[in-house]
Design a protein around this ligand. Structure first.
Ligand SMILES: [Fe+2]
Length: 460
């Protein structure tokens, strides 16, 4: 068993480092249905819809802490905006695994249960789908995603958990990073399937009609793959040399971070798949690097241009697991623009800014086509801003007692969930005047742990 431990007591300094530790370790402090929220400033009348944010909600149970924040039970916080008012809800997903554990009064899954239980889970193919990373809306339905499981459908109305689904086509896992391509009127995603050979399955969720399995690409090894990016013609993967120790994972041996190994000698494999003909695959290996997230990609003649946040190593993963250094996501990640020459099978990557960046996004209409501006979090969640193709950053440095998360562009505004010591708020920025700070804040009266990703669903 992993020894029970409480988060280290925080100093009264309210420093950014203390706050970073808090958001990566402290459970959601209140679980509630939609209720009226206090609005500071004036909400733009054009802003109508619901912001959904997903991330860890519970970092342990029954006095036992999970071995890594990525094992946490997921929670969604949703803020509904309309007519200048707002309501909000926060809810830990009552996934099948969590319901079982609550009924049993003890942990049943993951790396913190006794050895014989891990074996039994492996034999029965049972694990807990934590639904803790992202939210995707599709055809009026909402799905909470984690990368090592299938989608968990939730109610968009009250966030209640409906249950896991394979959408009729998913084999193995479904990544937490689907990307929409507006010109194709579809969302694309991938899912890994480990086995004798590791398969990279490709999926399309069209705006109309059933989900489709587009095909599969065989990988040379069992890897960890967090995100990908799509243009209007290609699905693009940067397969970094993070190898999964499959026997260790199957047997749930050791701690979560021991399941992965950084093996830079293998390089990073670039895989570009034609959406119209998925058997047409260009793949080659380039220098080793790691990335969590992509901003966008687009075609330029016979080249593909890819904006992403690049890390020289996989160290950020281990830093996240070490709460004492839980501030490292974004420390060394730098915003890059890569140019892929499909004919020459080369990738050239240029760092656009020295500023540490993470959680990059673009305007929904820009996905898959050339964008002028991307948005991101900078400086260890200490600033939010835009970055252009020349690397010019316009940012708002948030006060030291606040942290800011992934910016989402909605109708001329940026929405970002911000964290304080005992409460959280959604900051509403004028996207054309980010440096001026938020024009409105929507307050939640409780702590919300870090949220990784989310989406905005406009009111119909
Ligand atoms: Fe992510």
């Amino acid at each position: 068993m992993v020894a029970a431990s409480k988060p280290a007591p925080l100093s009264s300094s309210n420093s950014a480092a203390d706050l970073l530790e808090l958001v990566w370790s402290q459970d959601l402090t209140r679980d509630h249905r939609f209720e009226p929220l206090e609005v500071e400033g004036t909400l733009p009348p054009s802003l109508r819809g619901t912001l959904y944010r997903n991330g860890p909600g519970q970092f342990g149970q029954f006095g036992v802490r999970y071995s890594h924040p990525f094992e946490a039970d997921g929670a969604t916080t949703a803020i509904r905006i309309g007519d200048g008012k707002a309501t909000g809800a926060s809810h830990v997903h009552t996934t099948a695994g969590l319901v079982d554990e609550r009924a049993a009064g003890k942990l049943l899954y993951g790396l913190s249960v006794p050895w014989h239980k891990r074996i039994a889970n492996m034999v029965r193919g049972r694990d807990k789908n934590t639904a803790n990373t992202n939210i995707v809306a599709w055809q009026g339905r909402m799905f909470a995603l984690m990368e090592a499981g299938k989608p968990t459908e939730i109610s968009p109305d009250d966030l209640s958990t409906i249950g896991e689904t394979d959408l009729g086509v998913i084999q193995g896992m479904f990544s937490a990073h689907p990307h929409r391509v507006a010109s194709r009127k579809a969302i694309y995603n991938f899912g890994l399937q480990y086995g004798r050979k590791t398969k990279l399955h490709l999926y399309e969720l069209p705006d109309v009609g059933a989900a489709r399995h587009l095909g599969a690409v065989e990988l040379a090894a069992a890897v960890m793959l967090h995100d990908f990016i799509a243009t209007d013609t290609h699905l693009i993967f940067f397969v970094s040399p993070v190898r999964v120790n499959v026997p260790r994972a199957m047997l749930a041996l050791g701690k979560f971070d021991q399941l992965f190994r950084w093996q830079p000698q293998h390089g990073t494999e670039v895989i570009c798949v034609s959406i119209d003909n998925p058997s047409e695959v260009v793949r080659f290996t380039t220098d080793s690097f790691y990335q969590w997230h992509f901003a966008n990609a687009f075609s330029r003649g016979k080249q593909l241009v890819v904006d992403y946040v690049r890390y020289s190593t996989f160290d950020s993963f281990y830093d996240i697991g070490n709460r004492a250094h839980g501030d490292s996501l974004g420390v060394e990640g730098k915003y890059h623009r890569a140019t892929i020459d499909l004919a020459a099978r080369t990738l050239r990557s240029e760092q656009l800014s020295d500023r540490a960046a993470e959680f990059p996004t673009v305007r929904p209409g820009d996905e898959g086509r050339e964008h002028a501006i991307a948005y991101a979090v900078f400086d260890r969640m200490g600033a939010i801003g835009s970055i252009d193709a020349k690397g010019n950053v316009v940012a708002h440095d948030v006060p030291a007692d606040q942290l800011v998360s992934e910016p989402l562009y909605v109708d001329g505004h940026l929405l970002a969930l911000c964290h304080m010591r005992d409460r959280a708020f959604v900051a509403v920025y004028d996207a054309a005047r980010i440096a001026a700070g938020p024009i409105a804040k929507i307050w939640l009266d409780h702590h919300v742990p870090v949220t990784f990703h989310g989406t905005f669903v406009g009111a119909r």
